[in-house]
Design a protein around this ligand. Sequence first.
Ligand code: ZN
Ligand code: ZN
Length: 196
Amino acid sequence: MAPAHYIVGCTACDLQRSYSSSAPDCAYQTLDGQQLPMPASPGWCSDCRNLCRVERLPSAEGEAALLKTLLCLRLDFANLLKDVPQKLPWWQFYAKPMNGIDTLEADISQLEQQLEAYRVLRAALAERASPGRCLTCGGSNHQPLPLPTRPDQPDVLNVNHPGCGGQLTIQASKQRPQKTGQKQLFDLEGRQIHSP
Ligand SMILES: [Zn+2]
Ligand SMILES: [Zn+2]
């Protein structure tokens, strides 16, 4: 997924926090030294009392959702191919790609890679005992925030701003996220590995 930038606010106060899906770059390091990208999302941590990056552990449901999206795309692809007039000579078909076929093919191949990476990660984390952590404090006292669904206005979330009484909101920002800081590495239990 392309990196994205979000603004989290509140319906009752002037809270404003920004969240970038790409910074910092986080990865798991397996015992044999392999690095696997860590899925994370914005979350409200009760211990930090702040918007934090929280671990999103891979799950059977997550894998099923990815697979479902992939199957839908493949079905779209098959339907699109069906619409190509059969009488079209093969050279014409290849010379003039149908609208949408190229994009769909690229989406399918991207999703296939995503699903494969998700499966590898699930297998690597199969023995995981601890719940998903807040990547700032390492605690598990947090609530993941849904990502915005509308481009131009904030979504009011069903999440209270603790101590304020307002509700948290999230909005996509047009600002391009920038990769900042060093890559952070974590063990398979989500504990940060500090280099000596
Ligand atoms: Zn508030
Ligand atoms: Zn925290």
